[in-house]
Each structure stands twice: as structure tokens, then as C-alpha cells.
Ligand binder design. Structure first.
Ligand code: PEP
Ligand code: MN
Length: 263
């Protein structure tokens, strides 16, 4: 179902305020984790002012350590809904369990499957049974074929609206958090009709590299970007070092304008 051979037209995922996979570059922005209503609303303003169309924010956080902040869960999803009402942005949240899927469908416009759950097949089937678009992140050590098979799990349940997200893979290199696999973009374009966006924040782990990786992603043909933005990255409960503040986010968006149609 994800194969370009049997579906030569590009898939365009339609949201209330934008399309993903069409001519325009789509930007999703927002904090790693939803921390409070005011933190989320400030992030939403920053995302909107910069020109993003989708607000990101985690309510269920799949942290490497069980002692790290785990997310506000349904309370966070309520703040997402408020942010959507106030700004008109579409909203996306990661789901980490079948229970979370059942809750999140009442609050968000796009469901996100995180890298750590790319081969959680029961979870893939559960999001495949919903009628919301799904952002499917590439697994930490997943090949492109494994990733497309994960998309197939979602689509075979009847949900055609899958958006792929390259977020860096694990290599021997430690200078960056992960290694952004730029070649995944042309490879996916050669194999699939699904839209593909890039997450330079989790790929690099460092805000200094986000501008270069964003430009590389656009040059390679990505349909969009998902970028972590926090009102005050210094006090962020997760992923502060890779988060942009509102000012740096709008500077980045201005830099991208000449190379992307209608950011
Ligand atoms: C995230 O987007 O918040 C996240 C946890 O990313 P990943 O699944 O790519 O690590
Ligand atoms: Mn994060």
C-alpha cells in the first residue's frame, strides 16, 4: 500500500489549516514535552508567529530513564486542544500505548508514533484503525524497508494517511545525538508515495545544527520539518539543548523562506 509502483500519485494528507505532501513545505513546531498550559500556549504563539502550521508537544514521554519526566498525559492533551482553539494550528501528540490512542483521538489532529515504537505492531494496528493521520518516526536502528513495513501495518488497517519522519539513526558517531540520514529522503521518494518530513532536533541533539540540517532536508526534497521550540529552553523538562527559543525559531523560518515555497 505504501509502494510507489502501485500508487504513482503522491499522497497528500489534508488537515484543517494545511496539507502535508503538497507543494508547500510544512513546518511543525513546539516543545518536546507539554509542561504546563502557559508553557504550551507560549510555544503555540511562537510556532504560529514563525509560520508553523502544526503544534507539536508530547503528553506521553517515552524517556530513556524511568526517573525522567514522563509527561502530563490527558491533562496535557487538554492544553493541546486549548492551544488549537486559540491559534487555529493543527496539533500533534505522540501516543505510546493503545490506551493513549483511545484518549488522544479526542484531542489531536495527528497521532505520532515515536522512534522507540516503530515496530510496536499492536500500536501500529491501533493507530491504523483510527481516522487520524499518523506521523511515523523511523526507528533508532531501522532500515528503510523495516520503516516502510511499519507504514504498511498502519495502512493495512484502512488508514492511508501516513507521514514518514526521518529523525536520525544510531551510528558510531557521537558528535551528534543521532545521525541524520539525508539519503532516506530520495530513497523514500523513489520507493513510496507517502510524504516525508525531517526532525533536525532529535537528529542533532544540538540547536546549533538545526539550521544546516533543515536546509539540507529541504534541498533533498523533504515535504516538511518538525522542530522543537520552547519558550525558555534553559528550564525545559526535556530536550532543552536541542530546543530553539521563539526568537531563534523565527530567525530560522526567515532563513528558510527563500529556499522553500511559502513556508
Ligand atoms: C519526540 O518527537 O518527542 C520524540 C520522542 O522523538 P523520537 O521518537 O524521534 O525520539
Ligand atoms: Mn524531544
Amino acid at each position: 500500500l505504501a509502494n510507489l509502483k502501485f500508487h504513482p500519485e503522491p499522497t497528500i494528507v489534508k488537515l484543517n489549516n494545511c496539507e502535508i505532501g503538497g507543494k508547500k513545505l510544512i513546518v511543525m513546531a513546539g516543545p518536546c514535552a507539554i509542561e504546563s498550559e502557559s508553557q504550551l500556549l507560549e510555544s503555540a504563539e511562537a510556532a504560529k508567529n514563525g509560520g508553523a502550521k502544526v503544534l507539536r508537544g508530547g503528553a506521553y514521554k517515552p524517556r530513556t530513564s524511568p526517573y525522567a519526566f514522563q509527561g502530563l498525559e490527558e491533562e496535557g492533551l487538554k492544553y493541546m486542544k486549548t492551544a488549537r482553539e486559540k491559534t487555529g494550528l493543527s496539533v500533534i501528540c505522540e501516543v505510546t500505548s493503545i490506551n493513549a490512542v483511545q484518549t488522544a483521538v479526542n484531542y489531536v489532529d495527528i497521532l505520532q508514533i515515536g522512534a522507540r515504537n516503530m515496530q510496536n505492531f499492536e500500536l501500529l494496528k491501533a493507530v491504523g484503525k483510527t481516522n487520524l493521520p499518523v506521523l511515523l518516526k523511523r526507528g533508532l536502528s531501522a532500515t528503510i524497508d523495516e520503516w516502510l513495513n511499519a507504514a504498511e501495518y498502519i495502512m493495512s488497517e484502512g488508514n492511508p494517511n501516513v507521514i514518514l519522519c526521518e529523525r536520525g539513526i544510531r551510528t558510531f558517531e557521537t558528535a551528534t545525538r543521532n545521525t541524520l540520514d539525508i539519503s532516506a529522503i530520495p530513497v523514500i521518494k523513489a520507493k513510496s508515495h507517502l510524504p516525508i518530513i525531517v526532525d533536525p532536533s532529535h537528529a542533532s541533539g544540538k540547536r546549533a545544527y538545526i539550521s544546516s540540517l533543515s536546509k539540507a532536508a529541504i534541498a533533498a526534497g523533504a515535504d516538511g520539518l518538525i522542530i522543537e521550540v520552547h519558550p525558555n529552553p534553559k528550564v525545559a523538562l526535556s530536550d532543552g539543548p536541542q530546543s530553539l527559543d521563539p526568537h531563534d525559531f523565527s530567525v530560522l523560518m526567515d532563513e528558510l523562506k527563500p529556499i522553500a515555497t511559502a513556508v
